[in-house]
Design a protein around this ligand. Structure first.
Ligand SMILES: NC(=O)C1=CN([C@@H]2O[C@H](COP(=O)(O)OP(=O)(O)OC[C@H]3O[C@@H](n4cnc5c(N)ncnc54)[C@H](O)[C@@H]3O)[C@@H](O)[C@H]2O)C=CC1
Ligand SMILES: O=C(O)C(=O)COP(=O)(O)O
Length: 316
């Protein structure tokens, strides 16, 4: 199969990149300068049959348009909001992603942010390092998860995994979605604003993209209230980030745990100084184990495609 040309828009794990390199003729678009990219496309665009990318790397329709013989796009991510899925579909080109294998790690990250925010993990570390424990005694009390209400907007794979963990911590879970799920016992809200009004913590776990852009509006954030928290491991685009910062600054929200931002890797400067906000650099799936499993799905989907077998994880 070394005669199959694959364009690497964004690489994944070294072990799986080695497997790909041993199997296909890789073109390292990711390593090329803008001039080199152009030269590469002029030389090989018509031969490219597969694209390898990630959520961070994306795949734009302007590049798709340059690849007349493309057969498949594989992304090492579950979210495909940076990939031109509709344009691929219009050309009959399947896109594969990496559902399920990352669910537990992402849910763990959500719980880590939730615990760190409500239990004030980082101020506790600072209390020791600053000498406050010795000089002032016990740090101020923090907030229990037990008995708090968690509202999940988008109760899919990751949302359900977060719900299970939150229940184990004694939280009461309810959810918002476009329709109720018959096999789910958590209370259902058909309106996001009402959910936000009723909960202590609001967590969107929906895909990014135009359909969900800004769905956690200023009004929804305000409804969580000054004793409430916002938790986001989904996509920065789903929330009005400017309003989030303003409400946190005004004390109209108690705190936030955030793994994702509108303009990654840039994080609003005001968030950096807030001790009631816990930040992570979009790394909820970033464990060696999960990134390996995600990368392996890229390898396995490509192998299935070129063997004429069904894809393992096509985007619906
Ligand atoms: N921070 C990180 O590193 C990661 C973030 N993610 C994000 O989490 C998202 C969710 O992943 P999964 O749970 O695997 O996806 P999923 O497809 O299983 O769940 C998404 C849920 O959102 C619901 N939904 C979709 N559009 C909606 C809308 N407009 N309004 C209300 N609900 C809507 C769906 O019905 C579904 O229940 C991904 O698309 C990705 O954006 C995923 C992995 C890692
Ligand atoms: O799987 C996802 O959707 C992710 O957010 C993973 O993120 P990345 O591909 O590393 O930008």
């Amino acid at each position: 199969m070394r005669d199959i040309d694959v364009l690497v828009v964004c690489p994944n794990r070294p072990e799986q990149m080695k497997m790909l390199d041993e199997t296909y003729r890789l073109h390292r678009y990711d390593l090329a300068t803008p001039d080199e990219k152009e030269a590469m496309l002029r030389e090989v665009a018509s031969k490219i049959r597969a694209v390898v990318t990630t959520h961070g790397g994306g795949f734009e329709s302007s590049l798709l348009d340059r690849l007349p013989n493309l057969e498949i796009v594989t992304s090492s991510s579950v979210g495909v909001d940076t990939i031109c899925v509709d344009a691929c579909r219009a050309r009959g080109i399947p896109v594969t992603n990496t559902p399920d294998v990352l669910t537990d790690d992402v849910a763990d990250m959500a719980m880590m942010l939730l615990l760190a925010t409500l239990r004030r993990l980082l101020p506790g570390v600072d209390w020791i390092k600053s000498g406050n424990w010795v000089e002032k005694g016990m740090m101020p009390l923090n907030t229990s998860l037990k008995g708090k209400k968690l509202g999940i907007a988008g109760l899919g794979r990751i949302g359900k995994a977060i719900a299970r963990r939150a229940e184990a911590s004694g939280m009461e879970v309810s959810y918002y979605g476009r329709r109720p799920q018959l096999d789910v016992a958590y209370p259902y809200y058909d309106d996001l604003l009402s959910l936000a009004q009723d909960v202590d913590v609001l967590a969107p776990v929906v895909p990014g993209g135009p359909e969900t852009e800004g769905m956690v509006s200023r009004e929804v954030l305000s409804a969580i209230g000054p004793k409430g928290y916002f938790l986001n491991i989904s996509r920065g685009s789903v929330v009005d980030e400017g309003a989030l910062v303003e409400l946190l600054q005004a004390g109209a929200l108690a705190g936030a745990g955030l793994d994702v931002f509108v303009d990654e890797p840039h994080v609003p400067a005001a968030l950096l100084d807030m001790d009631n906000v816990v930040l992570q650099p979009h790394c909820a799936s970033g464990t060696v184990e999960t990134r390996g499993a995600m990368a392996q799905l890229v390898v396995d989907n490509l192998a299935a495609h070129f063997a004429g077998k069904p894809l393992l994880t096509p985007v619906g």
